[in-house]
Design a protein around this ligand. Structure first.
Ligand code: PMP
Length: 399
């Protein structure tokens, strides 16, 4: 392997451009190290990571508990295939089933563990096909992933159309529109799938009553309610799962991103009768739920609990929103989202340029829309770290 530091960023990027598929375009930096909420590039520049690998590095970088648990696990047993199970897989499964049913304790639930959000959603999709119905109602503005199954639930034409024909039967309704949902769901509908906050669309929050309405409407027609918590789940919004405050219990919950703190993991949890829809031989994954990934998931859940991160995320998230608004800057219209999943809505379509200037100034953020910035830092970020970004924001906006 090339000795690190022996070549600069430009040369790494040239090699990337030649060797890697062009689907992501050119990366903005070559990163080599992380610690807490900071990362460093190959030329030694330091950044405050306000994106956490897009809501993945929930405990920041090189968290001592993750380092210890993963090192111990890899020295013990990392992978065994799904012909076998492990104590870590069993315990993580129990913990996730309990979280998904926290509003209705005692209802049976079962999980399938996989490796990404798309895979978790493909599992959910296959499960809905086993209801005997094939129609799915999804939301305009949705993002559920890039595999053929997940992209067929994703509304953006540019992601879908080049890959048609996609798995069929999916219709889209305006997000948060209860009347449109009631109109679209019928007795042929297998499932309604939605995010509580649309992350990739720019941190768009569903109206308060929408989840309860979706539960009522799906119940009326015997359809499944499926909530995609891939971006919002596991403390990101200051709740274990972002739907819990609504009081609803969905039939299907999908998770990934922050659950593994950087180790790839996904989960599809099915509740009640839906838990038995995928029978023997119907689905599988070589890596899914292996001891290494399961141990990572268990460690994340333990650290969130031990360190009171749910409360911390709520407090720092509110501090962030209040501090950004208190700038009173004419370009800042609104702060959306919850906990540490926040959108800064701008009065002009300058978000990509602001994100580029932020990078130059040592802050990692992104622009999911021309007029929206996304902030999704590690859940361990401090108010002081947030303040350093807020202090820089007026300069970043002005260019
Ligand atoms: N669902 C949601 C809500 C997401 O935000 C994402 C990723 N941004 C996915 C699914 C897909 O996850 P992955 O990239 O791990 O396949």
């Amino acid at each position: 392997m090339t000795e690190q530091g022996s070549i600069g960023q430009a040369e790494w990027l040239d090699r990337y451009d030649a060797a890697y598929m062009q689907n992501f375009g050119s990366p903005k930096r070559v990163l080599v190290r992380g610690e807490g909420c900071r990362v460093w590039d190959v030329e030694g520049r330091e950044y405050l990571d306000l994106l956490a690998g897009i809501a993945v590095n929930s405990l920041g970088h090189a968290h001592p508990d993750i380092v210890a648990a993963i090192s111990d696990q890899i020295a013990t047993v990392a992978h065994i295939s799904n012909l076998f199970t492990s104590p870590w897989q069993v315990e993580l499964s129990e913990r996730l089933d309990a979280l998904a049913t926290a509003n209705a304790p005692g209802i049976p639930a079962r999980v399938f563990l996989c490796n990404s959000g798309s895979e978790a959603n493909d599992t959910g999709f296959k499960l809905t096909r086993r209801t005997g119905r094939t129609r799915i109602v999804a939301m305009e503005g949705s993002f559920h992933g890039r595999t053929l199954g997940a992209v067929s639930l994703t509304s953006k034409a540019a992601y879908r159309e080049p890959f048609e024909p996609l798995p069929g039967g999916v219709v889209f309704v305006p997000y948060g529109d209860e009347a449109a949902l009631a109109e679209a769901v019928d007795d042929e509908t297998a499932a309604v799938v939605l995010e509580t906050i649309q992350g990739e669309s720019g941190i768009i929050v569903a109206p308060d009553d929408f989840l309860r309405a979706a539960r009522r409407i799906t119940d009326e027609h015997g359809a499944l309610l499926w909530i995609d918590e891939v971006q919002t789940g596991i403390a990101r919004t200051g709740q274990w799962l972002s739907y819990l405050p609504s009081g609803v219990t969905p039939d299907v919950v999908t998770l990934a991103k922050g659950l593994g703190a950087g180790i790839p993991i996904g989960a599809c949890i099915a509740v009640g009768p839906a838990a038995d829809l995928l029978g023997p031989g119907s689905h599988g994954s070589t890596f899914g739920g292996n001891p290494l990934a399961s141990r990572a998931g268990l460690t994340v859940l333990d650290v969130i609990e031990r360190d009171g991160l749910l409360e911390h995320v709520r407090a720092v998230g509110e501090h962030l929103a209040a501090a950004v608004l208190a700038l009173g800057h004419p370009d800042i219209v609104e702060v959306t989202g919850a906990g540490l999943l926040r959108g800064i809505v701008l009065a002009r379509d300058i978000a990509p340029a602001v994100a580029d200037r932020a990078l130059e100034a040592g802050f990692l953020i992104n622009a999911p829309r021309p007029n929206r910035l996304r902030i999704a830092p590690p859940l361990i970020i401090t108010a002081a770290e947030v303040d350093s970004f807020v202090a820089a924001l007026p300069t970043l906006l002005e260019g």
